[in-house]
Design a protein around this ligand. Structure first.
Ligand code: GTP
Ligand code: MG
Length: 246
């Protein structure tokens, strides 16, 4: 009788062990699948040129755009146009998602961040002088997002519309943004205790130093471009580099 009970216990333990191993393998496979995502998010305020960029990559032509109310997503192959030939940059298509910049819709980016490989944050370089506060606030939410920090999701800040006479150079925009985020950091940290969803936002940069993008755990690059004038090879090259693991 005792012997039988012992056998039963042994069997149950063995069964549990087998189930645990199967579960562990299943979870690992699921995680592998997730980390194999090649999703790039196009984020930024309304009017920064996200849908224009999306359309150029998807249809290879300009389309008339209106303020987006819903995200656009597609798998696209990235090509780069050199003087006399068109070269494919990557063999496999990448998943691009353009999220509306409207204040009430942009929160949707948090749904896509868990599967994102990279973020392209677009800025209208012609209006940044007067919109630096809301731009920095949105950028702050992205940079302080726990997934972005944990998975060190790289961010490309693309200062679009450089073709416009009133546009600021991206080096100047970098200074404006770093100054603004430095200010925001003070107010946001001060109100840290009052937030209800406490785990989403983290402190950015070094505590006793002025904020700089280079202090972040993830790579943040800033470039100038013009989607309208087809001057955005640097965005395609950045995506290619991230895909290739550089
Ligand atoms: N001059 C100039 N205009 C541009 C450029 N890129 C986009 N635009 C224009 O900027 C306007 C807004 O572009 P959209 O792509 O619709 O902006 P969006 O970021 O998708 O805006 P929401 O959908 O409201 O979030 C359009 O009229 C574009 O044609 C550029 O490089 N230069
Ligand atoms: Mg749009």
């Amino acid at each position: 009788m005792n012997h039988l009970m012992y056998d039963n216990i042994l069997f149950t333990v063995a069964l549990f062990a087998v189930v645990a191993v199967i579960l562990a393998i299943a979870i690992q496979q699921l995680y592998k699948k997730k980390s194999a995502y090649n999703t790039y998010l196009f984020l930024g305020l309304s009017g920064s040129g996200k849908t224009a960029l999306y359309a150029k990559l998807r249809y290879d032509q300009a389309v008339e755009t209106h303020t987006s109310m819903k995200e656009n997503e597609a798998y696209v192959r990235l090509f780069i146009t050199l003087i006399d030939e068109t070269e494919p940059l990557l063999k496999t298509p990448v998943h691009i998602v353009d999220i509306p910049g409207h204040e009430k819709l942009r929160f949707k980016f948090t749904e896509f961040i868990p599967i994102a490989r990279g973020v392209v944050f677009l800025i209208d370089s012609a209006t940044i002088g007067r919109s630096v506060r809301p731009v920095a606030e949105y950028l702050y939410d992205i940079l302080a997002n726990k997934h972005v920090i944990k998975r060190k999701i790289p961010v490309l800040i693309a200062c679009n519309k450089k073709d416009l006479l009133t546009s600021l150079p991206h080096e100047k925009i970098q200074v404006l943004l770093e100054d603004e985020i430095d200010q925001l950091r003070i107010t946001r940290t001060a109100s840290l205790d009052h937030r209800d969803s406490g785990d989403e936002i983290e402190f950015l940069g070094y505590e006793n130093e002025k904020f700089k993008f280079e202090h972040l755990v993830n790579k943040v690059e800033i470039v100038g471009c013009s989607v309208d004038k087809d001057e955005f090879n640097n965005i395609k090259e950045w995506i290619t580099d991230v895909e290739s693991g550089y």
